[in-house]
Design a protein around this ligand. Structure first.
Ligand code: PLP
Length: 349
């Protein structure tokens, strides 16, 4: 089998959720954000493990993701949709019992016309200029929205991973000004906001990336192992080039292992001549360019010929790969290939 194996430690994910939950007070609930197939790790098994750990509220980006999540969780837990109520979504929202976070007057109209008795929340823009109603819109729509009994008012921080950025306090002041006195439960913090401290926590926090022990949750447990099968091993002489464009040439005789995964699997081409793979505790450098389905690795220093090499594991996290590739852990995780065989371990209780 040339298909790589992505092992997801559900106990580590549950432990990270509990640790993030403990960072806020008793009065603050902790949700889980499972958009993009639970950041590439597998929506249904991760959702079930988190529900067992105690999570009762979940967020996704799209109504379609919400329907998949409802199928995994069954009735009961609240599933909120961050993109709100898009045209054509009414039947899905009702059938899967989803709670759209309304982002604009258009979405409010759509919700109140097509699903007048269904639960909803409201998203406010306090500085991202991405989703949610701006202050003026909110002012105009607040009377009718508040009369409809929103379940939640939420907003999102632009710079939560930079604790010293004055934008955090500015957004907090704006969120307080827009929501004080409404009596509606409020949510402001994702992973980064949880770490900023209690004044950011409000009634509900929404961690996503921290569930996988990735930055900015530095104290989290790493949850992923990615093992790539070795398809072929060859001896090469000094002066031999490896891969497209001859970007690496052996200085001494060595051995090259060709592993089965490439940029089509989310292992970005910028990892060419830059990343490491691991044979147990021993690092092995990527040599030559990452190609679509294959990566070449120098294993000349190993005594044996491994049948697989690890791209993610205890010695190299998604953040480490992101640093090597010039991106962020979020992008590495959400690009994890659909081709990988996902193996979920733990999560029993
Ligand atoms: C993605 C997202 C989250 C989760 O953010 P993390 O940084 O992954 O914890 C929370 N809220 C909103 C609105 C989001 O878009």
């Amino acid at each position: 089998m040339a298909c790589a194996t992505l092992t997801i430690d559900l106990d580590a994910i549950a432990a990270n959720w509990r640790a993030l939950d403990r960072m806020s007070g008793e009065a603050t609930q902790t949700a889980a954000v499972l958009k993009a197939d639970a950041y590439g790790t597998g929506l249904a098994p991760v959702a079930i493990a988190l529900a067992r750990a105690g999570a009762r509220r979940f967020f996704v980006a799209l109504a379609e993701e919400g329907a998949d999540l409802r199928a995994a969780l069954g009735p009961g837990p609240q599933i909120s949709v961050l993109s709100g109520h898009m045209a054509g979504d009414a039947a899905l929202i009702a059938a899967a019992d989803l709670t759209p976070m309304l982002n604009s007057i258009d979405q409010v109209t759509r919700q109140f016309e097509s699903l007048p008795d269904r639960p909803f929340g409201v998203q406010l823009d306090t500085g991202m200029s991405r989703l949610g109603m701006a202050a003026a819109e909110w002012e105009a729509a607040a009377p009718i929205l508040l009369a409809g009994g929103p379940e939640l008012i939420l907003s999102h921080l632009a710079c939560a991973d930079e604790p010293d950025n004055p934008m955090n306090a500015a957004q907090l002041a704006e969120f307080l000004a827009l929501t004080e006195g409404t009596g509606v439960p409020r949510s402001f913090a994702a992973t980064g906001g949880i770490l900023l401290g209690p004044e950011y926590h409000f009634d509900l926090t929404r961690p996503g990336i921290g569930l996988y022990g990735a930055r900015p949750f530095a104290d989290g447990q790493a949850a992923l192992t990615l093992s790539l099968p070795v398809v072929q091993t060859r001896e090469i002489a000094a002066g031999t080039s490896v891969g497209y464009g001859r970007t690496w040439i052996a200085a001494t005789p060595t051995r090259i292992a060709t592993v089965s995964a490439g940029y089509a699997d989310g292992l970005l081409r910028t990892l060419s001549n830059a990343a490491l793979l691991w044979h147990g505790d021993r690092p092995c450098p990527v040599v030559g360019r990452v190609s679509m389905d294959l990566i070449t690795v120098d294993i000349g220093h190993l005594d044996d010929s491994p049948d697989h090499l690890d791209m993610l594991g205890p010695h190299q996290t998604a953040d480490d790969l992101a640093d090597a590739a010039g991106t962020i852990g979020y992008e590495i995780m959400t690009a994890l290939s659909a081709r990988y065989a996902r193996r979920h371990v733990g999560g029993g209780a």
